[in-house]
Design a protein around this ligand. Structure first.
Ligand code: PHB
Length: 412
């Protein structure tokens, strides 16, 4: 009952009537409080997931979502009495404008508590100001350009950065007899990060980048670039292309132009030998050396449990890739916040918790650097091998506790 309606039923303003009105209002307020309190306690925590779920990069979203579901499968989905609910939205690809609109809707209409996902850097960059304005913790599960975390104090990253995985590849190459390298990267922020860091680290270690080429983000035709690399006769070619469709297209050109036969080694960030498509790329990938933070073949009890749970929830996806582990670990961090804050998820308190996360992930030990809100982790050097008829990224060397060199003024 409103105050106006309460006044309507009261007789002339006697002392008694005023006292009665006050008591009626107090009762109404108390009743309203009691009515909302238990309902609020039972409300789910909403996580708005923004990623591509259609188009050529549809598996980015599917992998992340299956990673989050694998977390629920192993640990449950309810913490401090509150169930975590995913509200999934499809960007269709590296489309910043769409990602921004979806984030605004998730905040204003769906009233999400967290924003999560982000397959492509342009999605994360476009959503950053929304996270700042709405004060929504934004958990990045892939987007891997160094600067992403600097775009909002509400961003924390559970994936990787391209400089973080490119520097170890350069160090390894320089130590293993590779002297001249040609680089090929996709022409957008993560590719430029990879190219710059590889060159800085490799040349500081005595190597030489003989030439560099950048290929378009959409529908690249790799054959002419690969031919040019073949003609330049470097010891090796270093590659970053976004995982999935582009890996497949690049490998096709690499094989058709006979670079392996020409004795040109292929070194890359693990995006090229993405576990999601490695099986489909098959034989030509044998022997590729790559550096990355996750392999489905990683040998640990945590990873065995993760791979098994992923297969059970993965909606037909055969094995988890690095985006799935980003989803799993990002969800572990969100669950930790819910456990600690329960009924009242204050965004600034949530960020304090997220900034100090430290856990044993299926990929190995990880923690967040509270100063940068970026991940610190082991980067592995792997070789594609065939075991029991299947292709795997087999880890054989590692660089522990790697920070994002992009944040340290391009550290060698
Ligand atoms: C990115 O856009 O940040 C991105 C996309 C795909 C990858 C890596 C990075 O494989």
């Amino acid at each position: 009952m409103t105050a106006r309606a309460a006044l309507g039923i009261l007789p002339s303003p006697t002392r008694f009537a005023i006292a009665a009105m006050k008591s009626l209002l107090a009762t109404a307020v108390l009743a309203a409080t009691l009515a909302t309190a238990p309902v609020h306690a039972a409300q789910p925590v909403k996580v708005g997931v923004i990623a591509p779920f259609s188009g050529v990069a549809a598996d980015f979203g599917r992998q992340m979502q299956a990673g989050m579901q694998a977390y629920f499968k192993l640990h449950g989905d309810t913490f401090a009495g509150r169930r975590i609910e995913l509200v999934v939205r499809d960007t269709g690809g590296p489309n910043g404008d769409v990602a921004k609109r979806l984030a605004q809707e998730l905040v204003t209409r769906d009233k999400v508590d967290f924003l999560a996902g982000f397959g492509f850097t342009p999605e994360a960059l476009a959503v950053a100001p929304v996270a700042t304005e709405a004060k929504k913790p934004m958990v990045v599960m892939n987007a891997a350009t160094s600067i992403v975390t600097e775009k909002s104090p509400y961003i924390v990253r559970f994936s990787m950065t391209l400089p973080q995985v490119s520097a170890p590849m350069a160090t390894w190459a320089a130590k293993n007899g590779i002297k001249n390298v040609y680089t090929l990267v996709t022409d957008y922020a993560p590719g430029i990060d990879a190219e710059k860091q590889f060159k800085a680290t490799f040349e500081a270690a005595g190597g030489k980048v003989v030439d560099s080429v950048r290929t378009p983000l959409r529908n690249p035709e790799f054959a002419p670039y690969v031919q040019r690399i073949k003609d330049a006769k470097p010891d090796a070619v270093f590659i970053f292309v976004p995982a999935g469709e582009q890996s497949v297209a690049f490998m096709k050109a690499f094989e058709e132009r006979g670079l392996k036969e020409a004795g040109i080694k292929l070194i890359a960030t693990g995006d090229l030998t993405d576990d999601d498509v490695l099986q489909a790329m098959g034989e030509p990938t044998l022997g590729i050396i790559s550096s990355h933070h996750y392999s489905a073949a990683h040998d640990s009890p945590e990873n065995r449990a993760f791979v098994k749970a992923f297969r059970e929830v993965g909606n037909g996806l055969d094995r988890p890739n690095f985006m799935a582990v980003g989803g799993y670990d990002g969800m572990a961090a969100i669950a930790d916040v819910v456990k600690k804050l329960g009924d009242r998820i204050d965004p600034d308190e949530a960020m304090e918790i997220l900034k100090h996360e430290k856990m044993t992930s299926p990929r190995g030990p990880i923690h967040i650097d509270p100063a940068t809100r970026d991940i610190v982790q082991t980067v592995y050097i792997r070789r594609v091998e065939k075991r029991d008829g299947q292709y795997w990224n087999v880890e054989f060397d590692k660089f522990p506790d790697v920070r994002d060199p992009g944040k340290q003024g391009g550290q060698k």
